[in-house]
Design a protein around this ligand. Sequence first.
Ligand SMILES: NC(=O)c1ccc[n+]([C@@H]2O[C@H](COP(=O)([O-])OP(=O)(O)OC[C@H]3O[C@@H](n4cnc5c(N)ncnc54)[C@H](O)[C@@H]3O)[C@@H](O)[C@H]2O)c1
Ligand SMILES: O=C(O)C(=O)C[C@@H](O)[C@H](O)[C@H](O)COP(=O)(O)O
Ligand SMILES: [Zn+2]
Length: 372
Amino acid sequence: MSGNPSRELVVELGERSYPIYIGEGLLAGFGRTAEKHGLPKKSPILVVTDEKIAPLYLERVVASLREAGYEAASHVIESGEQAKRLEVLGDVVTTALETGLDRDSTIVALGGGVVGDLAGFAAASYMRGVRFVQAPTTILAHDSSVGGKVAVNHPLAKNIIGAFHQPEFVLYDTETLRSLPAREVRSGLAEVAKHGLIKDRAFALWCDENAEKLLALDPEALAYALYVGCGVKARVVSQDEREGGLRAILNLGHTIGHALEAVAGYGELTHGEAISIGMCGSARLAEKLGVAKEPVYGPTRKLLAKLGLPVALPAHFDTDAIMEAMMHDKKFRGGQMVFVLPQEIGAVDIAKGIASTLVRDVVESLKQGESE
Ligand SMILES: NC(=O)c1ccc[n+]([C@@H]2O[C@H](COP(=O)([O-])OP(=O)(O)OC[C@H]3O[C@@H](n4cnc5c(N)ncnc54)[C@H](O)[C@@H]3O)[C@@H](O)[C@H]2O)c1
Ligand SMILES: O=C(O)C(=O)C[C@@H](O)[C@H](O)[C@H](O)COP(=O)(O)O
Ligand SMILES: [Zn+2]
């Protein structure tokens, strides 16, 4: 433990409100937190995690739950985006049935966004819905663990089979982030930067100034960034839980980003890398359409490059395939392409009816990756 005090935020959703606990070493107190939130003790708890996280942190969680008097079982999935598929969901359900999970049971997601989305969808669908807890272990999961979007992928479209299912609480033990591979540190910082770019100019500038500290996992800088990032997300979700309108701003960079992930077969680019390229594309588009009130492409590109993220599209990506995949975006309605576009650093707009020819030009231009 570094001695960094814990921080707490609340996602305000009426009777479904829940806290986000952020701090070092919190996993050791998992069982006590479960008790505090009234998770039933008569029904088993299933902890879902992946093969890389299990040897590092699973025992800590299971032991803490058992110490508090819970019956705890676990299910370990393969690591990586490919695991977000129906077959793996079926395996989780098999373990849930074999372990005797009932309607009063809880499914715990111990891991990054992949585990969170998959285990969350298992919790949303098993017996038509059981309790769910998020224990994020990646930087990126400061985003995925908050807000209740849970899903698996289809080969043609990302996150296309899913639900909204809010957790009972989010327990974010920042000590776990120290074992992250460098690529995953960078990937997670893409969503951190996104939260600044959409809603908090000062935070976006702070990320730019503190990029080196963030990449080096400086505990204070990281704790601050995760707190601010989770705060932006929590406030947006509180105002528009089911994406009737405002929540779509959290999708900055995702129309292009999700298409890249699908076209590459889920794995070549991490989610953060794909949306980094996507955010550069949105900034370009905003400038071309005159939506941007100030230069946005240059500063966005500079920030993401400083965070070690890709800002150009690898040349082998097929533009036609990307355009085709973009048609499956969940914001696409009534034949209209919808994009989240920066107006300035820290503010975005949702623009409908964007001409696909213009989007195609932007995708092509991303292959050049010019700095201005
Ligand atoms: N639901 C949402 O609102 C939301 C938001 C953002 C992203 N997502 C989804 O999140 C997913 C990406 O999440 P991610 O970037 O966390 O990927 P991930 O879950 O695949 O984790 C990245 C890699 O790091 C490993 N890992 C995780 N924690 C570790 C730790 N503490 N130490 C060492 N290794 C660790 C994992 O095994 C994996 O190999 C995507 O599927 C994306 O669509 C969802
Ligand atoms: O929570 C949201 O809303 C987001 O858009 C957050 C995104 O970072 C995340 O990748 C989300 O899963 C994308 O949502 P989708 O509805 O486009 O699948
Ligand atoms: Zn995302």
